[in-house]
Design a protein around this ligand. Structure first.
Ligand SMILES: *Cc1c(COP(=O)(O)O)cnc(C)c1O
Ligand SMILES: [Zn+2]
Length: 440
């Protein structure tokens, strides 16, 4: 009894707790990414502070009230929000707001990894250090691992990054090669799914912990900073929100941020409509949603997956197992926001990218071009009105601009691995163990 009361008091004092959306139980955070009762549900953070403060001088950690960390990381760059003049005019939209995560110093954006994955990496590293004390293992198609690598290089916090060989060119830091010693990069002879499979094996080694993907609240709340920043800039919630998705984690994060902002009370009460977009021909979420299903069926929604993925304009959007059906996941987000999904062709991406770059004056990550194309499509279909307040999430950009100011230093992989399973572990074990020993 005393024990129970103590536990309860401790949770009440904590800055936040986690809540399972299936059983409703409150859970105190020990880098907990799944309900202790094993429910197929996302956990959601509940913060004690309901009215969020916007602090200053700490980049994304200006919003620390709604981040599952106790202290700011000094390198926390921030996304920016601004009102579009030129693209808005071109599309006949009078209230188009752009959330930009990338490098664009003229606008005050200094995210040197050039994508919103950086918003996930900083709070995740802090949370892992505080709540687990273990070393993170991060599989990705490139942008996520690069974000973690940059944080690692600049803070000395170790990370194990696992990336398909074809995406290795995305692995660089703006810091000097000498600073990259805390990054253990493994190249995988296969695609993103193979990288995930291998990561699932490696993480079984002592001292390591899975970063957690969509189930990691630090990732989602980190990405939610885009919506928080937009709300403070716009003084209200948008009517519509546009984003390109692979896993849909960013859009779930946006939904959760909107829920909190509505709870705050100062930004309006109407849930924004979330428009997500996928890049055809690989679009499992789009296909399942079109068919009115709450599940993705591989034989129907991912036909010729390998071929389709290699034909994409933006292959960072090629997630094969998006968190679509899980409680609190993409399907629930779409239902909860009266949202919808667009499928975007490569040709639409090219047109949109050209238009955005010439109107707004910054280069885009191909994934962001998908989002711009979806906005153009929504205007054409009459799904948005001239005066509607629209938030367009430009999830990455400014690579060319960054090249003018910094050198992109390639991270050397320590090994190349072919297949998953026991064989892999044998090969990797000795070297990884040695790396881990150096830090624990
Ligand atoms: C990862 C990524 C996305 C898609 O994000 P999800 O959360 O996986 O849906 C969009 N744009 C960029 C630039 C990305 O790196
Ligand atoms: Zn539960």
């Amino acid at each position: 009894m005393v024990q129970k009361l103590k536990k309860k008091r401790k949770m009440q004092n904590a800055k936040y707790q986690l809540r399972c959306l299936e059983c409703g139980n409150a859970i105190s955070d020990r880098y907990t990414n799944i309900c202790p009762d094993g429910h197929n549900s996302l956990l959601r953070t509940e913060y004690k502070t309901k009215r969020i403060r916007k602090l200053s001088g700490m980049g994304m950690f200006n919003y620390i009230d709604w981040l599952p960390v106790d202290a700011a990381m000094p390198i926390g760059a921030s996304p920016i929000t601004y009102k579009s003049e030129w693209l808005g005019k071109e599309l006949g939209l009078n209230n188009l707001f752009i959330g930009f995560s990338g490098y664009w110093p003229e606008k005050g954006a200094f995210m040197k990894t050039c994508s919103f994955k950086e918003l996930e990496a900083s709070p995740t590293c802090l949370r892992a250090k505080a709540k687990s004390g273990k070393i993170l293992v991060v599989p990705s198609a490139g942008n996520t691992s690069r974000a973690f690598a940059e944080v690692s290089a600049r803070t000395g916090m170790p990370v194990i990054a696992i990336v398909p060989k074809s995406s290795i060119y995305r692995m660089w830091t703006t810091t000097a090669p000498e600073s990259q010693g805390s990054i253990f990069l493994i190249a995988v002879d296969g695609d993103y799914s193979d990288a995930i499979a291998i990561s699932n094996e490696i993480v079984k080694l002592e001292g390591l912990i899975a970063e957690g993907g969509v189930k990691n609240v630090a990732r989602r709340d980190g990405m939610g900073v885009v919506e928080l920043d937009a709300a403070f800039f716009m003084h209200t919630l948008p009517d519509h929100y546009f984003q390109a998705v692979g896993s849909g984690t960013g859009a779930i994060a946006a939904w959760e941020a909107f829920i909190r902002l509505i709870g705050d009370g100062r930004f309006g009460e109407k849930m924004p409509r979330i428009f997500i977009s996928q890049n055809l021909p690989f679009a499992p979420i789009f296909n399942a949603w079109q068919a009115g299903r709450a599940e993705i069926i591989a034989d129907k929604d991912m036909i010729n997956a390998g071929e389709s993925i290699s034909a994409m304009y933006s292959d960072v959007l090629s997630t094969r197992n998006p968190p679509y059906s899980i409680k609190g996941g993409v399907y629930d987000m779409l239902v909860g926001t009266q949202g919808t999904v667009y499928g975007i062709t490569n040709e639409e991406c090219r047109v949109a990218e050209k238009l955005f770059e010439s109107e707004e004056g910054i280069d885009l990550d191909p994934a962001a071009a998908v989002a711009v194309a979806s906005l153009i499509s929504a205007v054409d279909r009459g799904d948005v009105g001239k005066e509607d307040k629209i938030l367009l999430n430009i999830t990455g950009g400014g690579y060319n601009r960054l090249k003018e100011d910094y050198k992109m230093n390639r991270i050397e992989e320590r090994m190349v691995i072919k297949s998953s399973g026991q064989l892999v572990l044998d090969v990797v074990e000795t070297e990884v163990r040695e790396f881990v020993r150096g830090y624990l």
